[in-house]
Ligand binder design. Structure first.
Ligand SMILES: [Zn+2]
Ligand SMILES: [Zn+2]
Ligand SMILES: [Zn+2]
Length: 276
């Protein structure tokens, strides 16, 4: 599986709009991989995870055409992950595609439904844009992938983290979440899986602990790494990525990556592509 990170920041981006903090000033000055846009990830050029207001810019920057991506999966409905307004342009008459185009399949918790219902052009959907609601801990077939939503702990009604498998490789995508709810942790402890790739929420950067519950920091991630190793969910060959960085946290510029690499983690950057 090929995992490409299109955007790797928390809600404000880095450098954040309206901000003169040290992380943002460093990013403005150094540029390159220190510049982070809002969250979006693409699996095998086929399965898109989250779609923020930066998605248009990602389409331009990475030479994509969303008309060629059929599957759209959502973790939760915070605006840095969910900007359904641009999906108006999927519909016939605004987005032009060749005859026989398969349309689009969109997946998430029931939280995504009001966003899609509010679309001006949603009335002509019939079966061209298909919205599927997922049930926590029930595996669904999404194209050639098996996708299992796990409940996250985050500030929206039904946020999901995901286990995504193509039958050969399996990834665990922990975004956005704080310390996992008990039901998700027990599901993981009992699933009997080995993950080839884990993407960790690291919004809190290089802190030991956070004084809020809806995200993780590196201290939390290290504890999960220890637990997952002990339970056989990951091993020395598993690729461990830190992602979704906030300018309000320490060591979130790509130039700070050494502090994480020392512990065997890869720090994400916009455009990073990894294959497992
Ligand atoms: Zn986010
Ligand atoms: Zn800032
Ligand atoms: Zn969020």
């Amino acid at each position: 599986m090929k995992i490409k990170y299109l955007g790797t920041a928390a809600a404000e981006g880095i450098p954040a709009m309206f901000c003169h903090c040290e992380n943002c000033e460093n990013a403005r000055k150094a540029g390159g991989r220190n510049i982070r846009t809002r969250s979006q990830t693409l699996i095998d050029d086929t399965l898109n995870i989250d779609f923020s207001a930066d998605a248009f810019m990602h389409e331009l920057k990475y030479g994509l055409n969303y008309a060629d991506i059929r599957y759209y999966l959502f973790t939760h409905i915070h605006e840095d992950h969910f900007y359904p307004m641009d999906f108006n342009y999927m519909y016939h008459g605004l987005g032009h595609v060749p005859e026989g185009h398969p349309g689009y399949d969109i997946y998430g918790s029931p939280d995504i439904l009001p966003g899609f219902r509010s679309l001006e052009h949603a009335a002509d959907t019939s079966d061209y844009v298909r919205i599927h609601t997922l049930i926590p801990y029930e595996t669904a077939s999404v194209g050639k992938y098996w996708v299992t939503p796990l409940r996250s702990l985050h500030g929206t009604p039904n946020p999901f983290s995901y286990v995504i498998s193509d039958g050969e490789k399996t990834i665990l995508y922990l975004h956005d979440t704080g310390i996992l709810p008990e039901a998700s942790l027990s599901w993981l402890m009992d699933c009997g899986m080995r993950f080839d790739f884990v993407s960790f929420d690291c919004t809190g950067g290089n802190r030991d602990r956070l004084d809020y519950t809806s995200h993780l920091c590196f201290g939390d991630v290290l504890k999960y790494k220890g637990l997952f190793m002990e339970k056989g969910l990951i091993d020395g060959d598993t690729v461990l990525v830190l992602n979704h960085f906030s300018h309000n946290s320490p060591d979130v510029n790509y130039d700070d990556r050494g502090v994480y690499e020392a512990f065997g983690f890869i720090m994400s950057y916009d455009g990073m592509e990894l294959t497992v």
